[in-house]
Design a protein around this ligand. Structure first.
Ligand code: KG4
Ligand code: ZN
Length: 359
């Protein structure tokens, strides 16, 4: 009989719970977003997020059980995001999961949120190890070779902002509602991507590292120039700025992915697959660009459905299932961590200090 894993996710601004079976069926996936609570502050306020998670977790878990049509006693194991993320939210989730697992007398697995994103192509498309992955979310941007549930080799990543952050900052700079990604994508649909030629930094370098912070600055400069010329932004200006921005992000991601594919193939992997995951992977232009690059390079392309690219708990249940299979409980000590890079064998690309390396 298939085993059922309850997954819990609370590392950012989504409280999520899901039931997934170890034969890859998603019985339920419930996501409660807190965006409205943070709207007035122009960003996520960690203390508000932690409190909202504490309030919403048991309700969300109950909704996931109901939607799956099971009782809590039918759950065989509990998997929870143990980091990286906003520590208050992570702690809320870990405490909730620990309470449920202890009460049931069932195993509890601590999952790396990024591993949850990175392993999603195996849940949705049964992709075999190893595969090349572009992980693009609100906090991260990395090209990785995924060789096992806890085996990640980073080929490159962003040296500053993540693309998700750049989408969110662009939306804010243009007065669009959050979350930024879908809002910018919506505007870009009617825009001219050629009118503004935004920078594509680091494309002259042969490595797989990227940079997005200059793009945002260039966009703000273009916006300010339009405002001082004509006193404000027209609907067309806004759409063109979004289209130009999205085209630049897509080109940076696709160019660097092409280089990563070259490196990956030179290692003679068993599977020639590039997959994409994380919130920005929900973007249709980014997906189309990657699909084209994969085709040009003769490799398969896998993109999970948009709802499984953005934060959810089905990916946490699944990562728990994968970790449980390699059956080494000592491997993932359940410690809540604000930072938790996937590839610790290499020097940090980003951030360090008291909290440790971000990537
Ligand atoms: O993976 P995710 O849900 O949360 C993190 O782990 O960070 O990613 C959220 C990010 C946000 O920055 C959001 O604006 C972006 O993903 N995003 C998108 C789209 N949908 C979400 N970016 C571009 N286009 C989209 N359609
Ligand atoms: Zn995420």
């Amino acid at each position: 009989m298939a085993r059922l894993f309850l997954g819990i996710e609370s590392s950012c601004d989504d409280t999520a719970a899901a039931i997934v079976s170890d034969d890859r069926r998603i019985l339920s996936s419930v996501v409660a977003n807190q965006a409205s609570l943070h709207m007035a502050f122009g960003g996520i306020v960690p203390e508000i997020a932690a409190r909202a998670h504490a309030e919403m977790l048991d309700i969300t878990v109950e909704a996931a059980l109901n939607e799956a049509g099971i009782c809590v006693s039918d759950v065989d194991a509990v998997a929870v995001t143990a980091g990286p993320g906003l520590i208050g939210g992570v702690l809320s989730g870990v405490m909730c999961a620990r309470g449920i697992a202890t009460g049931l007398g069932k195993p509890l697995l601590g999952v790396n949120h990024l591993a949850g994103h990175a392993l999603t192509p195996r849940l949705t498309d049964d992709v075999a190890f190893p595969y090349l992955l572009l992980l693009v979310s609100g906090g991260h941007c990395q090209l990785l070779i995924v060789s096992g549930p806890d085996d990640f080799q980073r080929l490159g990543g962003t040296l500053d902002d993540s693309p998700g952050e750049a989408f969110d900052k662009t939306a804010r700079a243009l007065g669009l509602p959050g979350p930024g990604g879908p809002a910018v994508e919506g505007e870009a649909a009617s825009g001219d991507p050629e009118r503004f030629r935004f920078p594509r930094p680091l494309l002259d370098r042969s490595d797989c590292n990227m940079s997005f912070s200059g793009l945002k600055t260039a966009l703000i400069r273009a916006r300010d120039a339009l405002v001082s010329e004509s006193g404000g932004l027209s609907t067309t200006d806004r759409a063109d700025l979004c289209a130009g921005f999205q085209a630049a992000v897509t080109e940076i991601l696709t160019e660097k992915t092409a280089r990563a594919i070259e490196t990956y193939l030179s290692l003679n992997p068993r599977t020639a697959i590039i997959a994409v995951a994380g919130g920005v992977a929900a973007n249709a232009e980014v997906r189309a660009g990657l699909d084209a690059v994969a085709e040009r390079n003769g490799v398969g392309f896998v993109a999970p459905p948009a709802a499984l690219c953005t934060d959810n708990a089905a990916m946490i249940s699944w990562a728990g299932i994968e970790l449980d299979r390699i059956a080494n409980p000592g491997l993932v000590p359940l410690v809540a961590r604000p930072r938790w890079p996937l590839d610790t064998s290499q020097p940090a690309l980003l951030g360090s200090g008291g909290k440790g390396a971000k990537a």
